[in-house]
Design a protein around this ligand. Structure first.
Ligand code: PXP
Length: 249
């Protein structure tokens, strides 16, 4: 708290998700464009971390990408992963800085909703424990729903990432209402000692209200930044997002 009694605003980190550099590479096979080069460039432009989602079907990021990112990055790697034994063993092999557990359906185009932390308690509890014991910072990607926050508290997760996909799609009063749900979930999680991250569907136009939620400490942004890089270059795209986040704090 500041002396005036307002919650103190601290900087929020930007995690750059490089999955869609790999999507473009995989459209042709071969090695170009190289997602690791994009990660290193994003780091130079001010990214505070790199996020990569190793999906079960390997549609974008591959096992080799994860190995190279682990070896070459000097900023934290956040491995997005489904709650499967295969992904758990990959995480334990590379020991990334963080692991964000996400739901995964083969037929979805992107991560469509948060994980059901409440319904999947028995599956998630040993994973959260094992990753945590390896000093990997575990995050659960959840909807901004008090039930899911309560489940994350129950699981002892140190971090939750709030899914901003609905917020990004909605307009008008419905968006304001969703923003309220996100703020309330962030406050509830932080009050219980959980670090709050947010992400999905964020752009230059919609990031500010999310970055302005005081409890949000990290934003993970991918698709828009990589798309914008086609027009302005990755460095400019990342720098502008960093500025917008800083200005909103
Ligand atoms: N956070 C999580 C947990 C995600 O699954 C994704 C998408 O891979 C993102 C953030 C980034 O979303 P977007 O690509 O829409 O910026």
């Amino acid at each position: 708290m500041t002396s005036a009694g307002f919650p103190q605003r601290r900087p929020a980190r930007l995690g750059v998700n490089i999955d869609h550099v790999a999507t473009v590479r995989n459209a042709r096979g071969g090695g170009l464009p190289d997602p690791v080069r994009a990660a290193l460039m994003a780091a130079q432009a001010g990214a505070d971390g790199i996020t990569a989602h190793l999906r079960e079907d390997r549609r974008h990021i591959t096992d080799e990408d994860i190995a190279r990112l682990s070896a070459e990055l000097s900023i934290p790697l956040n491995l997005e992963m489904a709650a499967t034994d295969e992904m758990l063993s990959i995480a334990m092999r590379h020991v990334p800085h963080a692991a964000c557990i996400v739901p995964e359906k083969r037929e979805e185009r992107t991560t469509e909703g948060g994980i059901d932390a409440a319904g999947q308690h028995n599956r998630l509890a040993p994973m959260v424990r094992e990753l945590g014991a390896a000093r990997i910072r575990v995050s659960l990607f959840i909807e901004p729903d008090p039930r899911q926050v309560a489940a994350a508290i129950d699981l002892g997760a140190p971090v939750v990432e709030l899914h901003t996909g609905r917020y990004a799609e909605l307009t008008g009063e419905a968006r304001v209402e969703e923003l309220r749900r996100l703020s309330d979930a962030a406050a509830l999680a932080a009050k219980n000692g959980i670090e709050v991250h947010a992400g999905h569907g964020l752009t230059f136009d919609n990031v500010a209200p999310i970055a302005a939620i005081p409890q949000v400490r990290e934003l993970n942004i991918g698709h828009f930044l990589i798309g914008e890089a086609i027009f302005v270059g990755l460095e400019h795209s990342v720098r502008r997002m960093k500025t917008l986040i800083e200005d909103a704090r």
